[in-house]
Every structure is written in C-alpha cells, then in structure tokens.
Design a binder for this molecule. Structure first.
Ligand SMILES: NC(=O)c1ccc[n+]([C@@H]2O[C@H](COP(=O)([O-])OP(=O)(O)OC[C@H]3O[C@@H](n4cnc5c(N)ncnc54)[C@H](OP(=O)(O)O)[C@@H]3O)[C@@H](O)[C@H]2O)c1
Length: 344
C-alpha cells in the first residue's frame, strides 16, 4: 500500500459503553458515547479500523444485570461488545498486513488494537460485501439443519421470519428441499418481501388475525417443522397446527424478550405438544468454528448459484449511530440482518 492509499488514522476515536443496565425498554440512556485516544499496537499487535458492526436482539440479554446467558453480562462502563468486521490499518505482526480484512469481537468502537491472532483473517473475495460475514446465518443454519434437520417433504413454519435469523432460516429450509415454507412477520411490506423476494410459499401478518387461523388455512396438512423466534401465542398456535411427531427448534422469544416483561423466557406449556409427540428442541449457538464454517460454505455456494438472497439493512452514521439503530431494530423498523457502517 502506498502513502496515498494508506487509510487516515484519527488520533481520537468514538466508542459506545454501557451507561446503565437494561431493566425495561431499551433507550438511548442505556448508552454512553465516549471519545478515547486511538490505541497504539504493541509488538506482535495490529491496529484495526472497524468497518461494520453487526446488531442482534440477543445483545439485550448481555445488557441486563440478570442475564439468562451462561456468560457474564456487560458491566456498566464497559464497551458494548459483539461482532464486527474491520481492516488492518497498522501492523507489527508478520501474520497480518495493512489492508487485510478481519473479523473482530471488539465491539462498538472505531479502532481496536491487539495480538494478530485475535483477528481472524477473512477472504474479501468470498462474498459480495464484508457485511455478509456479519449474518445471523450460523444460528439459522444450525437450528434448521442440525436441530430441526429440515429436509424434503417438510412443511415449515418460521416465526419472526423477516428478522435477521428468520429471513435466513426460511431460505435454508427452501434450499434443503422443504415442501412448503410459511413465515410470520409484523407488516404487509415484510410479508410481500418474504414471498416475492425470499421465496417463502406463504406469509402472514401476525397482528391481523389469530395465528392459529392462518396456520390452519396455510398448512391444512400440518406443520412438520417449526423454527420459533417468537414464543407465546405463535408457539401455542404452532402446537395446535402441527402434525404428530413434528420437530420444533426453539431459537428465541421475541414476544417477551423485548420490552418490559416480568418473565422474559416463560416455560412453554408442553401438555398439548407431548400428546402429539412433538420434539421440542431448544438450542443455543455459540458460533463455534465448525458452525461458522458449515454456514459459510453453504451461504457462499447458494449465493453463487443464485438460490439465496442476503436480506440486510446497513445503517449509516458511524459507531455513534449504533444505539439508535438497536432501538429501531427492536421496534421492527428494519428487515433482515442489520449492520452499522462505521467506516469503509
Ligand atoms: N438460540 C440461539 O443460539 C440464538 C442466537 C442468536 C439469536 N437468537 C434469538 O433469535 C431471535 C431472532 O434474533 P434476531 O437478532 O434475528 O432478531 P430479529 O428477528 O431481527 O428481531 C427484530 C424483529 O423482531 C420482531 N418483533 C419485535 N417484537 C415482536 C413481538 N412482540 N412479536 C413478534 N416479533 C416481534 C420485529 O419484526 P416484526 O415487524 O415482524 O414484528 C423486529 O423486526 C431472538 O429471539 C434472538 O434472541 C438465538
């Protein structure tokens, strides 16, 4: 890289920290915007400019003092964490060169520095854009392929189908040969998108009519796979509309984990599910190298064959726009996977 193409490195940089733990509704007052000195990489270290941050509803749990996750939640004053992709802008390591595209787990900051082995190198040619590396695909693929084991003849229902995980989960079912894929989402625009752009066979707005009525109309033969991002009424309706022996992959609880609910992850009533011999399969993914590799291989292949769309929204405005972007995500203002453009 010549001097004229070297990225400019600012002396100070913005980062976003947790101002107070989340208790009820997420607001901008949960975040602090802080200006810091751009770090200097030491021996064997690199300086990485964050290019895009990935957002997920799952971050809410990390912001709560009483998190249900088996890992420590973020502390007040700590930088908001999470996955990102970035570019090496200074290198004191033989393992990474200036200009390399890398994955970072350093969270909501403009620059980070650390040992080169903490920044896995990414192939910039594999996908049309770096944001493809921030997809919720490892979760969607693991849930559909490894937990629900979706295949030919399955009649699949995905709730939260226009969101980050759901929009990929439905397409994975289609690519694995499911007989029918049905999605639920919260607006007509999202319903149209699922059917016209993502290849769902049918979709419905869960606000309009009882979910059970819609499932009975759209899947009179019975659902054999349910990928549940929502819980609550949609889970209960899916049980009634399921075929005996159906597999339910329980991924999330959007109906209760967003907002002010006393019980964010209520235990589902399994009486009716048991009578139907439904396999109720809650799962957690931790994006192990194997899970990421399985997804990456299928994602790049399906995109290359023009069988798959990457539904995503890129929010402009830099790292300081990330708090409002997460609030907007929870309000249902975006479609697909959401990332914030920090630099490029
Ligand atoms: N099991 C795991 O290992 C794992 C890993 C990652 C994520 N997750 C979970 O997967 C789920 C999806 O995550 P994501 O990041 O892809 O989120 P997401 O689906 O993109 O979430 C945003 C969407 O949630 C929907 N929503 C908001 N309130 C709702 C309600 N009361 N009922 C139904 N939908 C509601 C809105 O869509 P509408 O306009 O359609 O309402 C909004 O666009 C979350 O529950 C997350 O915690 C699980």
């Amino acid at each position: 890289m010549t001097d004229s193409t070297m990225p400019t490195i600012t002396r100070t940089a913005w980062e976003v920290r947790l101002a107070k733990h989340l208790r009820a509704e997420l607001g901008l007052d949960n975040f602090d915007l802080v200006q810091v000195q751009t770090p200097e990489p030491g021996a064997g270290e690199v300086l990485v400019r964050t290019d895009y941050l990935g957002l997920s509803v799952a971050y809410l749990e990390m912001m709560r003092a009483d998190s249900h996750l088996p890992i420590p939640p973020w502390q007040v004053g700590q930088r908001i964490g999470g996955g990102a992709v970035g570019t090496v802008v200074r290198s004191n390591s033989a393992d990474l060169a200036v200009g390399d595209l890398v994955r970072t787990m350093t969270g909501w900051c403009e620059y980070s520095a650390g040992p080169a082995d903490q920044y896995p190198k990414l192939d910039p040619e594999l996908f049309p854009s770096p944001v493809h590396y921030l997809s919720q695909g490892p979760t969607a693929y693991y849930g559909m392929a490894e937990i629900a084991k979706v295949g030919a003849d399955d009649v699949v229902f995905v709730s939260g189908a226009a969101g980050g995980v759901g929009s990929l989960a439905g397409q994975i079912a289609r690519c694995r040969g499911a007989a029918k894929v049905i999605g639920s989402a919260g607006s007509q625009e999202k319903i149209d998108y699922l059917v016209n752009k993502l290849g769902f066979d049918a979709a419905f707005n869960y606000h309009d009519r009882p979910v059970l009525d819609r499932l009975r109309e759209l899947a009179p033969e019975g659902i054999t796979v349910y990928f549940d991002n929502v819980g609550g009424e949609q889970f209960e309706a899916a049980v009634v509309a399921a075929a005996p022996g159906a597999r339910f992959a329980l991924c999330g609880a959007l109906a209760t984990q967003i907002g002010d609910h006393e019980n964010r992850f209520p235990e589902p009533d399994l009486t009716a599910a048991t009578a139907k011999r439904i396999e109720v399969l809650p799962f957690s993914t931790y994006h192990t190298p194997e899970q990421v590799a399985a997804w990456t291989e299928h994602f790049s292949t399906w995109l290359g064959e023009d069988r798959f769309v990457f539904p995503h929204t890129i929010v402009e405005g830099g790292v300081t726009a990330a708090p409002q972007a997460l609030v907007s995500l929870l309000q249902g203002n975006y479609r697909g996977n959401v990332s914030v453009k920090v630099a490029d």
